[in-house]
Design a protein around this ligand. Structure first.
Ligand code: ISL
Ligand code: CA
Length: 540
């Protein structure tokens, strides 16, 4: 039997950059409420809200100092309740971000833990120094050491991310009890589930030195450990099973085998996961070593995960990734490729996640210097490169290509000043191209990328084959990605030309939906053209 979270399309809101309602330059909950109609019109059924909790914003809300409250920048708990109620009127459910690998160092638990006040003393991972050195050789996700010495407690604490994000200690059962209380608090309010931040690294089996690696030394001690699986099972049985909700795990460095375990409906851990492999098709090892986008690698990894898992969380953009029309195509082909990626995202097996602005084909930022960037990761990386004498122009080249701020620029609602995101000064500059790339101009244009998303969302809603059909890759080359979805006696064949060249293919027939609005397809694809061919089970 299908579930509501399999039927619906998710839209991710990065609140800081979505819509400001009071002119302070920061997006907020009332701003979101004012745009619900627009999301409803698009066909959105679920909103995933990036963190809106109180936070010193070292990592824009992914460093939480109070899990059961709302950051005053974003509004009040009353506003949040109103958002839930207004969204419900639009038949939109809300999923919260659950960040439980770490808290902020300004969370009360940490303040007390550093003073060894019970019961918080062992809420975090504390270690004395090792003969004047850090407790182990692990490295962090954010280009800084992952142990910081605390002058109050006179010990080091572990942080796999920034030093203002100390990791919680899941060897202490009290920590998991706190997490359960947080989850129940939000579920009782009526949220429909959680997007679980870096959820496969929360349990550290040991704190031994790790094998030296180019990235994430030490990760063999915390990546998808048995203890981690147990925690997920416990949360499912004791909390989640008592509500009509779902979870999507952000799982880092995960393989299809581990993904299968995490999503196995008998093991009962998560409902679906975000995998990363397809996002690595334009990098060597890490994103800072950028290379030309490899269409074959991209398509192969999508196909691999489609086959491996019964249900997947499909995405092409989020608040950590760059914009696809700039990244996986050429902005010259923004219109065509924006629509092509809509076809891809909405015709894969799984729940589709659209990131704010993706539906209008927003591009990477247009900044010209590091001074305009706010992302802590970019700032740390720049400092790291500077320390190693990398020249300024090269540092900027790397940051420009990889910064998470590329997708965090404010939403472009209109061609007005600051794109109508704010009447004040935006916390992060709006892209100048809002003059011609904006929601308003696309709303009534039947040829726009947004109208195309709307059509694709409606098509997916109408056809079970797009949601539940078996996936089979038919052809993958450096330019072409063709796959077939089969459900009962219907098949949809999706033909994507992910290149700026015209292509001849053997596929032809009646077109269900095309980025170029064709009725009949003769086997010739334009640059970045995408089509869906409808057929019977035994065709092709
Ligand atoms: O963004 C990344 C690389 O640029 C990833 O490695 C990212 O750090 C990783 O996917 C974890 O992301 C999540 O947790 C982080 C937070 O900064 C991200 O925004 C969040 O999506 C720490 O909470
Ligand atoms: Ca505001």
């Amino acid at each position: 039997m299908s579930k509501w979270w399999q039927e619906r399309v998710v839209y991710q809101i990065y609140p800081r950059s979505f819509q400001d309602s009071n002119g302070d330059g920061i997006g907020d909950i009332n701003g979101i409420i004012s745009r619900l109609g627009c999301l409803k019109d698009l066909g959105v059924g679920i909103i995933w809200l990036s963190p809106v909790y109180p936070s010193p914003n070292a990592d824009n809300g992914y460093d939480i100092s109070d899990y059961m409250n709302i950051h005053p920048e974003y509004g009040t708990m009353k506003d949040m309740d109103r958002l839930l109620a207004e969204a419900a009127k639009c038949d939109i459910k809300i999923v919260m971000d659950l960040v439980i690998n770490h808290t902020s160092d300004e969370h009360e638990w940490f303040e007390k833990s550093r003073q060894k006040i019970e019961p918080y003393k062992d809420y975090y991972i504390w270690k004395p120094d090792k003969k004047g050195k850090r407790p182990n050789n692990w490295t962090s996700f954010f280009a800084e050491p992952c142990w910081t010495y605390d002058e109050v407690r006179k010990e080091y604490y572990l942080h796999l991310f920034a030093k203002k994000q100390p990791d919680l200690n899941y060897h202490n059962p009290k920590v998991l009890e706190e997490v359960k209380a947080i989850m129940r608090f939000w579920l009782d309010k009526g949220v429909a589930g959680f997007r679980c931040d870096v959820i496969n690294i929360i349990y550290k089996t040991s704190l031994e030195d790790g094998k030296k690696k180019l990235i994430l030394t030490g990760s063999e001690h915390y990546l998808s450990q048995e203890g981690n699986h147990k925690i997920l099972q416990e949360l499912r049985q004791e909390v989640l099973d008592h509500y009509d909700c779902f979870t999507v795990g952000e799982t880092v460095f995960v393989t299809p085998e581990i993904g299968k375990k995490l999503c196995d409906q008998d093991r009962r851990e998560l409902d679906m996961i975000f995998s990363f492999e397809h996002m690595e098709a334009d990098q060597w090892l890490v994103k800072y070593f950028h290379r030309k986008f490899n269409v074959k690698k991209f398509s192969q990894s999508i196909a691999k995960w489609q086959v491996a898992l019964d249900w997947h969380a499909n995405y092409l953009e989020n608040h950590d990734q760059r914009r696809i029309v700039s990244r996986f195509s050429d902005e010259y082909y923004r219109e065509a490729s924006g629509k092509l990626f809509a076809v891809l995202l909405l015709s894969l097996k799984g729940t589709p996640y659209i990131y704010q602005g993706q539906e209008i084909g927003m591009t990477n930022f247009d900044y010209t210097s590091i001074d305009e960037v706010r992302d802590i990761e970019s700032i740390n990386v720049d400092a790291f490169l500077k320390k190693h004498h990398v020249p300024k122009f090269l540092r900027w080249k790397m940051i420009k290509e990889t910064s998470r701020d590329n997708c965090r620029t404010p939403m472009q609602w209109s061609s007005n000043e600051h794109g109508d995101f704010t009447t004040g000064v935006p916390w992060l500059a709006v892209n100048k191209n809002h003059i011609h790339i904006n929601v308003k101009s696309q709303l009534d244009d039947p040829q726009s990328i947004r109208s195309f998303y709307k059509k694709m969302i409606a098509l997916r809603a109408k056809h079970d084959v797009l949601k539940y059909g078996e996936f089979e890759a038919l052809e993958i080359t450096h330019k072409l990605f063709v796959f077939k979805r089969t459900y009962e006696d219907t098949t949809f064949t999706v033909v994507l030309n992910i290149s700026n060249k015209s292509l001849k293919t053997e596929y032809n027939g009646k077109v269900k939906i095309s980025t170029r609005y064709r009725k009949q397809f003769d086997g010739l694809l334009e640059p970045y053209e995408a089509i869906i061919l409808e057929g019977g089970k035994h065709d092709q």
